[in-house]
Design a protein. Structure first.
Length: 622
């Protein structure tokens, strides 16, 4: 019924899509009182659409203090602070998400408004992301393909760097040392005036990563890794109407790939990722325009034996050009986007692969009353190597009282076949079609004093899922064969209380997820039925104490339901002490103990995770 209803709306939307585009780009109507709001969003946040066109959408923004308390891995931060299940091939190794029971390729990672999922694999390795790199990290639940393109089916992770156009000069230096000779260094600096904003960041993480396997006389051999990252952000007002912004990120990864309980490993993996985004924003009384030019580059080298010089490789160059036009009439805002993307990939097992992609997107939001907000959006892609569907989304929220807010959204989303799916030598399948999904969700937000509770029910109908399976000749090839549905319930609880010098904050989350293969009616692999996470933070004057807990239900690891990975409960404990706190200088020291109860657990079969371990941190702000 859901799929049929959305299909009917697609047919209607297609007829009005180009008419609305002409109205937006051809009109000269003035921007009303929302003009200053739009300008502020565009200055500080390249991904302003994330919040502005989000009526009815569940979004969780992770605080700076949470990032400060987390381990130096992006995977750990999400594992303990979201409903996402993270599959990690041993600590510090390749890490991939399962968002609302979907595959890793169904979670989009969006950097300053740009989808950075790899065209080769269709996903982002979370092991290559360092949380301290970013000024704002947000988790957007549900389908977002209209705004963020291929892969945003289960949800999206948003990584943003901000620019502050005010007089300031701030620096943060964070150093850490922990078990297994783990060392991390993070430095961030920002400078600003009314017309100029500059930011620089550097991160380095290294570890021998040779933890013992609990209950076994084995160690995590060949698990060492080294990561280096640089960020540069800049913005300059040439006039009150013209702003130029630059964001750049370079990541170098060098890690061995640890073995399993049953097989040793001599593998090694080296990669480099660079991302550059140049934006020009034009402000005026009548309209706001933004032009962007971006370049993404990724390259990997895989060594089957690290002691030999032979390796296989792959690389991708992506160029993106776009035009963004936004107008507001009172409480109604219309935003049109035209984008062109050119992708070229090559590798040892990949034929020269090229893709030209045009996309047109129309977003609208309306604050109809103080209580009622709604929005709709439409997107169409034109891709040279296959047909892409027309996408749409509807969302809205209604505030019935100060106590109760009702939210809902529905959308059609998609995922393009990857270069590996299409062009892998001897196995690529050029007859693949994009995966599509129809989904709907209903959310309720309750607020009483310092406490809030958000309940969200969701349903996803996923069609034409691509899987690699053996054909009649026994060769593994990608095929559009699986149909699946995901449905469930999520609860998020938050409580804050302050009395005198005492501060208490409680965050908790529970997710019930059913992800079912329609053909077999069985739960899909590596999707826990229940996941519970929570954190409690208490501070008094210069002292802070916190704990984090994760309870993960068992998961199936083969289609035989008798073969499952046991559930586990992991608890971390930590604290900070402000040893020095002056007007322009502060020094904080901290200790974090991970897996304090020494729980034996695995997020991927036969790949044990670390036993009890510690991390000492020093954080200086000046």
């Amino acid at each position: 019924m859901l799929a049929f209803g959305i299909r009917v709306f697609v047919n209607m939307a297609q007829k009005t899509f180009f008419l609305l585009f002409l109205m937006l780009f051809g009109s000269g109507l003035t921007i009303a009182q929302n003009d200053s709001i739009i300008q502020l969003e565009e200055v500080v946040l390249s991904d302003a659409r994330l919040y502005r066109f989000a009526a009815g959408i569940k979004i969780k923004t992770l605080s700076d203090s949470l990032v400060e308390r987390t381990n130096p891995t992006f995977t750990d931060m999400l594992r303990f602070n979201s409903s996402i299940y993270l599959k990690e091939n041993g600590y510090g190794m390749v890490s991939s998400p399962s968002f609302r029971g979907t595959n890793a390729q169904h979670t989009a990672v969006v950097w300053n408004g740009i989808n950075i999922n790899s065209p080769l694999t269709g996903q982002t390795d979370f092991g290559t992301l360092i949380p301290q790199n970013y000024d704002r990290i947000a988790i957007r639940s549900g389908g977002g393909s209209v705004q963020y393109g291929s892969g945003a089916i289960g949800g999206s992770i948003h990584l943003n760097n901000l620019l502050a156009f005010e007089k300031h000069y701030d620096n943060v230096l964070q150093m850490g040392y922990g078990s297994y000779n783990t060392q991390n260094l993070n430095f961030k600096s920002s400078y600003g005036s009314k017309s100029l904003a500059l930011g620089f960041g550097m991160n380095y993480v290294t570890s021998d990563n040779d933890y013992e396997y609990l209950g076994r006389e084995q160690k995590n051999e060949n698990g060492e890794y080294h990561h280096l990252n640089f960020n540069i952000d800049a913005g300059y007002f040439f006039s009150k109407q013209l702003l130029l912004k630059l964001h750049h990120n370079t990541f170098f990864g060098d890690r061995n790939l640890s073995g399993t309980l049953t097989a040793p490993s001599d593998d090694k993996y080296k990669d480099i990722n660079t991302r550059s985004l140049l934006e020009m924003v034009r402000f005026g009384n009548e309209k706001l325009m933004k032009f962007k030019l971006a370049h993404l580059f990724e390259r990997y080298e895989y060594y089957a034996n690290k002691n030999r010089p032979d390796y296989s490789l792959g690389s991708v160059n992506t160029i993106i050009a776009g035009y963004d036009h936004k107008q507001a009439w009172g409480d109604f805002t219309l935003n049109g986007l035209l984008d062109y993307k050119r992708i070229e990939g090559k590798g040892s097992s990949l034929e020269d692969a090229k893709r030209n992609q045009w996309s047109g997107t129309l977003l609208a939001t309306h604050h109809a009353t103080e209580q009622f907000r709604y929005g709709f959006s439409i997107r169409k892609d034109w891709v040279n190597d296959f047909e892409s569907p027309l996408l749409l989304a509807l969302n809205g929220s209604y505030k019935l009282s100060d106590f109760y807010l009702l939210k809902t959204s529905a959308s059609k989303n998609f995922r393009l076949p990857t270069f590996n799916d299409l062009y892998w030598l001897g196995a690529g399948n050029l007859n693949l079609v994009p995966e599509t999904s129809y989904q709907v969700e209903l959310g309720q937000l309750f607020k009483v004093g310092n406490a809030s509770l958000e309940l969200t029910a969701f349903y996803i109908d996923l069609e034409n899922m691509i899987q690699w399976r053996p054909n009649a000749s026994g060769l593994w090839v990608p095929q559009n064969i699986q149909e699946a549905r995901q449905y469930g319930l999520e609860a998020v609880l938050n409580y804050k209380k302050a009395w005198g010098a005492h501060h208490l904050e409680l965050d908790g989350g529970w997710a019930y997820t059913r992800s079912v293969d329609k053909a077999t009616e069985k739960q899909l692999l590596y999707v826990p039925l229940h996941k519970i996470n929570g954190s409690l933070n208490y501070s008094f004057r210069r002292y802070e104490l916190y704990t984090q807990a994760l309870l993960n239900h068992s998961v199936y690891i083969t289609t035989d339901e008798s073969n499952e990975l046991p559930g586990y409960t992991v608890v971390n404990l930590g604290g900070h002490h402000n040893v020095l706190k002056l007007e322009k200088l502060s020094l904080k020291m901290g200790l974090r103990i991970n897996n304090i109860f020494n729980e034996e657990y695995q997020s991927v079969a036969y790949r044990p995770m670390p036993n009890r371990n510690f991390l000492i941190q020093i954080i200086a702000k000046f």
